[in-house]
Ligand binder design. Structure first.
Ligand code: PHE
Length: 483
């Protein structure tokens, strides 16, 4: 049986006082605080060594010390044999006379023609005085007071009061009795083991407090980061460790940056109102760099020297339409616009907006983990390597790559993970097409990806419904594991 130092000391103290129905306060008197005793007792109870019974007990306590009025009058009366009320009024205040005489009459002292006649009622007064004297030492339990006497004292304005109290009594179980008979060795207890104690071997002289993590204890909920924030922190760390720089931009762009610069044709279905949130104000966001714009326009219309383009008439006003960014690839292209020489290693984690219907795997507002990697010898297998490395570091078991299509990458792929028996799409990736890079005069391969954060989080946290991430259910938040 594992007992802490305190438990042992309380047990021994208990054994010294008695085995059955020992008042907890008696144990406290042996040199503990009440908290120590209660703490030890509750553990001793769990360990089957004591039984604790609680009883609601009534006791009576003194509020103030005073000489009883009947005592004052009685002493004078005893001396004089008899005394008139008016004579008493000369000696004592009015209340004392009134109340005092009332009590004396009750004890049987006769009154004749307005005069009190002496009669020995000493014992009646003493009974009350004795009880009050006892109360001066502390409250007196109901069982130890005469019912009539206490009733009388309670009637005297605020002299004594009744108090209810939970009393606890402890009884040793046979197991505890046996333990005490065998002898309980009390050693000093250590709650912390220091290197010095280990090196010197002194730890042998102490008892080490053991922890049982299976023992019941009230739950304590400290503050912690939201699980999603924890995941974002982890992703950030992974990319930074892999040598990437983080970039964040804005939510509002014109279609030029979100789409045209990425060689998305102006009649692409993703540009439709039902897929993209356009803004009515401002009416348009002008394209600043007209030179770059002309190159993009030419690429869309005819493909310049390297491509056939999309073969349509490109419109500046369509490109000026303001919208909520539909993907963070807008961050990548803007970063490339400013950083055209290798090496480029950039990532961003940001909110994007799409007119999606909300369901268990779709949110109209979600977060993308975007990245680009430009280097002279970057190639498709490196892209797969980066993505594989990332998901491995995130602790993902099984991912697969599938060929896919995006207007701005070639080749393109999709990353999928097996979750609840279904392949779930986690994001897209590819190598930027020459039609995207040519207007920027970039000569080297750019690997690019855009991954969904919430789906990744949903899998990491084992959620069935992606919406749970944004419902602040306090129990779920409290119980969420630290990642
Ligand atoms: N932008 C794509 C999406 O939102 C993902 C992507 C990014 C694909 C970069 C290829 C390259 O789904």
């Amino acid at each position: 049986m594992e007992l802490s130092n305190l438990e042992k000391r309380v047990l021994v103290a208990l054994g010294e006082i008695g085995r059955e129905n020992v008042d907890v306060e008696e144990i406290v008197k042996k040199g503990f605080t009440l908290v120590e005793v209660m703490n030890a007792l509750s553990w001793l109870k769990v360990k089957g060594l004591v039984k604790i019974h609680e009883k609601l007990e009534v006791e009576y306590c003194l509020n103030r010390r005073e000489t009883l009025p009947e005592r004052l009058i009685y002493d004078v009366l005893k001396e004089r044999g008899e005394i008139s009320l008016s004579e008493l009024s000369d000696i004592f205040p009015r209340e004392v006379v009134g109340v005092g005489i009332g009590h004396l009459k009750k004890y049987g002292v006769p009154v004749k023609d307005g005069r009190l006649i002496f009669k020995d009622v000493e014992s009646e007064i003493v009974k009350r005085e004795e009880l009050l004297k006892r109360m001066e030492q502390g409250c007196v339990p109901e069982a130890e007071v005469d019912k009539e006497i206490i009733k009388d004292l309670l009637r005297r304005r605020g002299l004594v009061r009744k108090r209810e109290k939970v009393k606890r009594y402890v009884t040793l179980t046979p197991a505890a009795t046996k333990l005490l008979e065998e002898g309980v060795e009390i050693k000093d207890e250590l709650t912390q083991l220091t290197p010095e104690l280990i090196q010197s071997g002194k730890w042998r002289d102490y008892e080490l407090k053991r922890y049982d993590v299976n023992m019941f204890a009230p739950a304590v909920y400290g503050g912690k980061m939201h699980p999603l924030s924890q995941i974002i922190e982890k992703i950030r760390r992974i990319f930074v460790e892999m040598g990437f720089e983080e970039v964040e931009t804005d939510y509002v762009f014109n279609a030029f940056w979100d789409m045209d610069s990425l060689f998305i044709p102006q009649d692409h279905p993703a540009r439709e109102m039902q897929d993209t949130f356009y803004l009515s104000k401002p009416e348009k966001i002008e394209i600043e760099d007209k030179d770059y714009m002309r190159k993009v326009k030419e690429m869309h219309e005819s493909g310049g020297q390297i491509s056939r383009g999309w073969q349509y008439h490109w419109s500046e006003s369509i490109a000026e339409k303001p919208l909520l960014r539909t993907h963070t690839t807008v961050n990548s292209i803007r970063y490339l616009y400013k950083n055209r020489e290798p090496p480029v290693r950039m990532f961003s984690i940001g909110r994007v907006f799409r007119r999606e219907n909300l369901d268990s795997t779709h949110l109209p507002e979600f977060t993308q983990i975007e990245g680009i990697y430009m280097d002279k010898d970057a190639d498709f297998s490196l892209l797969l390597g980066i993505l594989g490395e990332f998901y491995e570091r995130m602790g993902f078991p099984e991912i697969r790559f599938r060929p896919s299509y995006f207007p701005y990458t070639e080749p393109s792929l999709e990353i999928e993970v097996l979750y609840n028996g279904k392949w779930l799409e986690l994001g897209g990736a590819g190598i930027f097409r020459p039609e995207v890079l040519e207007p920027l005069d970039i000569k080297y391969p750019v690997l690019a990806w855009g991954l969904g954060l919430e789906r990744l989080a949903m899998i990491t946290l084992g959620l069935k419904d992606i919406r749970e991430l944004y419902i602040s259910d306090i129990d779920w938040l409290r119980d969420a594991k630290l990642l």
